[in-house]
Design a protein around this ligand. Sequence first.
Ligand code: AMP
Length: 175
Amino acid sequence: MDLKDKIRSIPDYPKPGIMFRDVTTLWQDARGFRKAVDELVQPYAGQRIDKVAAIEARGFILGGAVAHQLSVGFVPVRKPGKLPAATIGVDYDLEYGRDRLEIHVDAIGRGENVLVVDDLIATGGTALAAIHLVEAMGGKVVGCSFVVDLPVLGGRGRLEAAGHTVTSLVDFPGH
Ligand code: AMP
């Protein structure tokens, strides 16, 4: 089975010129969802991971499944105002706009090994913001895993240039 065939592409969503890569069609397929999660987990199965930090909202579905399969904790990285306890936040640019992410200040302990998970990497701004938050709490980002990479937007290269290990399962040309 090719995971790429299960991902739906929607032109001009949410804005003209954006080709939205919709992973809900992958998730609704039992074998596709399992295969995607298995492939995200596989590189980290033998490594010491303490937490998966995943990005709202699509990252939660994948990150929750990955954390469960690795038997590690799960940490939500959320849009502003969504987390109930004390947070730290960071502003960042994304492919279609500007946004902010927050994390609970007590979510990650100093020295913990953290795997960052999201559905897709485009420019890498979102993932770099999540990495910043994890590192601000003293966590060590051991890897960043995505189902989809849009290589032309350069996010993977930005993360790798910053010294991070990036895993992605499917590439799409263009964006
Ligand atoms: P970026 O910060 O540019 O790497 O954008 C990644 C974030 O925006 C991820 O959380 C994605 O879910 C979302 N995203 C950006 N571009 C797309 C796209 N073409 N299709 C689907 N999601 C996207």
